[in-house]
Design a protein around this ligand. Sequence first.
Ligand code: PEP
Length: 250
Amino acid sequence: MSKRQKLMVGNWKMNGSLAANASLVAELLQGMAEVYCHAAVCVPSVYLSQLQTLLAGSELALGAQDVSPHESGAYTGEVSASMLKDFGVRYCILGHSERRRDHSESDALVALKAQRALAGGITPIVCVGESLAEREAGETEAVVKRQLAALIQVNGHCISEIVVAYEPVWAIGTGLTAKPEQAQAVHAVLRAQLQAASPHADRVSILYGGSMNAANAATLLDQPDVDGGLIGGAALKAPDFLTMLKAASR
Ligand code: PEP
């Protein structure tokens, strides 16, 4: 079993409303008594102010879902790391497959965003993962290694401050989950690559994401290199997310 304390992160994606957020957070905070892992929710940026207030003084950390690679200036629609920091943001998901797909985010851009987040005092949660076609073509290892190499190339000196999330694209929002041993196999590849790059690699948390839910979380979290979860759909249901946080607290 890993010595790294587990980290469980809810990715709310483009879901929520002022009213729905308030009731979800109230239910989560009520159930946090038996939660001993690190936990965070990554929310749409328009709700950061609301969530900063709702989460104040709680054990649930605040996260965002993207950051600009630029410091400031003429970048309409973008949100900088220092702006996120103003709202108490601790984590930022970067390079999610939905952003790679819908916004053509390259490995190099994701690495730059991670650099910008780190400079702003925010922990990047950098997503890597293969598509179904890539898995079927036997390219899983090559794809995740390429994605991680770009991150290491730019941020190798502070790699221990980054969280990596292995999210097989075919498992995100589909109800298909990687088998625990499939997840562990890829996590071990990522860990070895980190170890080759940094003496601090054992401190890097590698999360699993892709249809993790209340029923399958415990067995995934039992894998030696699975240090937590990045959770989409199931993080929007307080009882389910709490069950998963408790599974990570054993
Ligand atoms: C995600 O969006 O990062 C994710 C893992 O989603 P889901 O849990 O819904 O598959």
